[in-house]
Design a protein around this ligand. Structure first.
Ligand code: NAD
Length: 273
């Protein structure tokens, strides 16, 4: 049985992680912690996540729970994640990191020489498979078909296009030896003339409470092919993080990503060979 420690247990992702761990037969919630002074400290981790009482108290630091687990799942904030990885490296624990906005990855890369770590800006299994098949399709039809991306998110999202849409754009561009910065078209309005062969359109919609949708469209003559991913809740990230934790505990030291976890890098190498 895998013993998982959830960092930032009262956060949006922390709570969903506790939910999916409770539904998982081969992973056990061994510890939960929050930042010191957070109102959830001292509360029951299950009750705080909207579940029954688990008899596991949310503690104010990783130090308090580190002896109880073998993997830390961390969706918190950059400073917190860096402090956590230092302690995890010292004590030999594995770490799954979902925190975004880590400006400098050099310290994490350094720890990856001696400890097991998965770091991914997007833990969704579906999105990672979408990255893979998008590259595959673009490599086959990308020079003949028009390539467009549409992303749709809730009204509160502050950035556009989404990081996932930009990554899809980079994958499309790379597959046909183009530079996304040179060929991306983010807006079309007025008398814009005929579409060029090279351009890759990235369009954005914002409405209501839509969790997140991405469509990659390959438009040919007389047909079109679409790859669509729709997120229904944050549980897709939590499920991906658990899959990463289980996979990671069977690996040697290294810094891995979700493409490693899903075996997609191996798959690509096989296709090339
Ligand atoms: P959130 O603000 O709801 O939760 C973060 C939690 O971390 C808070 O409860 C906060 O108190 C806690 N925290 C902060 N400092 C801490 C410390 N020193 N020790 C312990 N806990 C601490 O945010 P969220 O929506 O849950 O997202 C958290 C992070 O995960 C963000 O960086 C977000 O962008 C990222 N995220 C990544 C993915 C992915 O797939 N990689 C998916 C969703 C969110």
């Amino acid at each position: 049985m895998i013993k998982a420690i959830v960092a930032g247990a009262a956060g949006r992702m922390g709570q969903r992680l506790i939910h999916v761990i409770q539904q998982s037969p081969d992973i056990n919630l061994a510890g939960a912690f929050e930042r010191p002074g957070h109102p959830a400290v001292g509360k029951d981790a299950g009750q705080m996540a909207g579940l029954d009482k688990l008899g596991l108290e949310i503690r104010p630091s990783l130090e308090d729970v580190i002896a109880d687990g073998d993997v830390i799942i961390d969706f918190t904030a950059p400073e917190a994640t860096l402090a956590n990885i230092r302690l995890a490296a010292k004590r030999g624990l594995a770490m799954v990191i979902g925190t975004t906005g880590l400006a400098d990855l050099s310290e994490i890369k350094e720890h990856g020489r001696t400890m097991r770590c998965v770091l991914a800006p997007n833990f969704s299994i579906g999105v990672n498979v979408m990255f893979y098949v998008t590259g595959l399709i673009a490599g086959i039809v990308g020079r003949d078909f028009d390539m467009e991306i549409l992303e749709v998110h809730h009204r509160l999202k502050k950035d556009a296009p989404s990081g996932t849409a930009l990554q899809l754009g980079r994958i499309l561009a790379q597959a046909v030896d183009r530079n996304l910065d040179e060929v991306a078209v983010y807006e079309r309005r007025g008398l814009i003339g005929q579409r060029s062969d090279e351009e890759i359109g990235l369009q954005t919609l914002r409405a209501g409470d839509i969790v997140g949708e991405h469509t990659v469209m390959f438009g040919g003559q007389g047909e079109r092919l679409e790859v669509i991913h729709r997120a229904h809740s944050r549980d897709n990230f939590a499920q991906g993080a658990l899959r990463a934790a289980k996979w990671l505990l069977n690996q040697g030291p290294g810094l891995y990503d979700m493409q490693d976890v899903l075996g997609l890098k191996e798959q690509r190498t096989k296709e090339k060979g």
